[in-house]
Ligand binder design. Structure first.
Ligand code: XUL
Ligand code: CO
Length: 438
């Protein structure tokens, strides 16, 4: 049975089109920088926002109908979500989805029953995946919604609660392997603290690392060959979350010997909450060989929380794609961890949102390709650091110079000026010209 009966298959019609149910920029098979757009942009649907979230916030209840003709909280509803999700992805040409365990079934009071439901629903999902060719990008365990995790999952004070975290990770890994997922995500929703008065930070961080180590060893033992990801976020729900940003998470992974198995899943809105640009987080991950996957959304500069909006900011998407292309692409993909605004409550709005996100990233890719082809930004950076190509520069880069030697060079010169202007405005002009010039 079709859910989205009034909505046609979404095709590319080009920027002149006024059809709201068409892509204006995302042209899946169009070749950009040597490969089709769809290969640069493996898009994914987030099960939780698209099929579960219905608009409830701290001030009011659901506005959207995500019952899909069934009663919520039942396995019939879980199956209706699968039907709706696959129809939705097919209509948009989305090839991947991401899920938490509790997105796909109603959680029971008994773990064994929840796991049985998970087996049942993933059997059904596998049938749909075979029928449609749609794949799993990554799976994860929700270790933040259930009250047992009020003081953390890997970071909990209770050894018994820790066992439930372990059980959920174990099951979610099995499901990810069953569905052929490329990645497995840890987002530490309750892994942090409200006050140091009641928190042993060292103890908690070591226990998170232990849980991750167990996950790696179990995952590899059941045939999971993909990447594990940490998804950094500085705050919300906790006042301070341990995976504050990419640099912090990378340091943590190295400290505990997890860096060979893990990469970053960078979310745009989390970057801005950390006081960074999205591009910064991508660059820090890329230069450390840890740019894995992206949660493609955006926040609001006026609001201090995670608004999870669909991406519309073309400058940001351009700089994102600039980083991704330069890093040689992602091992993961672009997961729209984004939700419709609460007043946009219809099925049509769900499609407008994805068309917006996909077109924004297509524009980002087209623009990034233009900036790279233009070459002036790269040329400027080459020029800026060229003094390190001199004999003196090469000596410093070799790591064999001493402070005494370099101080002697400086003393001989007496004074110095930096010969190269930063030229920020010149470069920003180039970006605008490349984006908007004909
Ligand atoms: C929360 C968030 C999560 C993760 C998966 O801010 O981004 O949805 O992506 O747990
Ligand atoms: Co996310």
């Amino acid at each position: 049975m079709s859910i989205f009966t009034n909505i046609p298959k979404i095709n590319y019609e080009g920027p002149e089109s006024k059809n709201p149910f068409a892509f204006k920029f995302y042209d899946a098979d169009k070749i950009v920088l040597g490969k089709p757009m769809k290969e640069h942009l493996p898009f994914a649907m987030a099960w939780w926002h698209n099929l579960c979230a219905a608009g409830t916030d701290m001030f009011g209840r659901d506005t959207a109908d995500k019952a899909f003709g069934t009663e919520k909280g039942t396995m019939e509803h879980a199956k209706a979500k699968v039907d709706a999700g696959f129809e939705f992805m097919q209509k948009l040409g989305i090839e991947y989805f991401c899920f938490h365990d509790v997105d796909i079934v109603p959680e029971s009071d008994d773990l064994k029953e929840t796991n049985r439901r998970l087996d049942e629903i993933t059997d059904y999902m596998l049938v749909k995946m075979k029928e449609t060719g749609i794949k799993c990008l990554w799976g994860t365990a929700n270790m933040f919604s259930n009250p047992r995790f009020l003081a953390g999952a890997g970071s909990t004070n209770s050894a018994e609660v820790y066992c439930f975290a372990a059980a959920q990770v174990k099951k979610a890994l099995e499901l990810t392997v069953k569905l052929g997922g490329k990645g497995y995500v840890f987002w530490g929703g309750r892994e942090g603290y409200e006050t140091l008065l009641n928190t042993d930070v060292k103890f908690e961080q070591e226990n998170i690392a232990r849980l991750m180590k167990m996950a790696v060893s179990y995952g590899r033992s059941i045939g999971f060959t993909g990447d594990f990801y940490i998804e950094p976020k500085p705050k919300e729900p906790m006042k301070h979350q341990y995976d504050f940003d990419a640099a912090t998470a990378i340091g943590f992974l190295r400290q505990y010997g997890l860096d060979k198995d893990f990469k970053m899943n960078i979310e745009a809105n989390h970057a801005t909450l950390a006081g960074h640009t999205f591009q910064h987080e991508l660059r820090i991950s890329a230069i450390n060989g840890m740019l894995g996957s992206i949660d493609a959304n955006q926040g609001d500069w006026l609001l201090g929380w995670d608004t999870d909006e669909f991406p519309s900011d073309v400058y940001t998407a351009t700089m994102c794609m600039y980083e991704v292309v330069k890093a040689g692409g992602l091992t993961g993909g672009f997961n729209f961890d984004a939700k419709n605004r609460r007043p946009s409550y219809t099925y049509e709005d769900m499609f407008h949102a994805f068309i917006l996100g996909m077109d924004t990233y297509a524009l980002g890719l087209i623009n990034a390709a233009k900036l790279i082809d233009d070459g002036r930004i790269d040329a400027f950076i080459q020029e800026k650091y060229k003094s390190f190509q001199s004999d003196l520069g090469k000596k410093i880069l070799s790591g064999n110079a001493t402070l005494e030697e370099l101080a002697a060079v400086a003393e001989k010169m007496g004074s110095v000026e930096n010969p190269c202007s930063g030229r920020q405005e010149y470069l920003e002009n180039i970006v605008n010209t490349v984006l908007f010039g004909r």
